[in-house]
Design a protein around this ligand. Sequence first.
Ligand SMILES: [Ca+2]
Length: 224
Amino acid sequence: MFLFDTNFTRGGENPRQPNKSRNHFTPGWSDCSRQDQCSGERNHPEQVNFLDFYIQEPGAKDRYGWKSYSTPYFWGGDGQKLDTTLFADGPASVVAFCHSKDNRLPVIQSRVRFTIDNGKPKVKILSPKDSSAVGGNVPIQVEAGDPKGLGKEPGIVAVYVYVDGSLLQKLMKTPYQILLSTCLLAPGLHSIRVVAEDTESLTSADTVMVIVERGASSLGIKIP
Ligand SMILES: [Ca+2]
């Protein structure tokens, strides 16, 4: 999330050269991550007219903009996310222009630079299904793939399978599957979590919850 913070302070137009006779905004990005939302916050709502956001890839002709007129200042409107898969992987930046209601005050801008990398692995537990009742020996089947990112060639290095937070197995090659012996688990709810790691050490995870039942089919999964 990008959080835009405009602190209203007393001083000159240039924070480095304070001038006590003028007011100015000192905007600053206070939070940032690779993707998600661009939003803004400020501590003097009465002074801000609107915020103008732009995102641009270096060297790209087009830039994408959004004007936000009310707090909190989000890119794309309240709750909308910035889909970074629309952009090429690599360096990019977002700049926000803060327009004051007082035309005599300058438009303040602040920029954050970040790196878009959509090369994280994708991982999904194919079976058992979430919330299913299980018993006996249950096959855990995992599908994992890896898109090309910024760095090395794509590829899954390992798939880690955790049961209730403890590592059950590290799977190094396909097919990513393992048998879970549920007789070692107490009846009730248990979590199966898998983490896929790619050649760039990026990780993604998927989790399902299963209900261990005594006397359930030893063939594996019983869909409730
Ligand atoms: Ca990758």
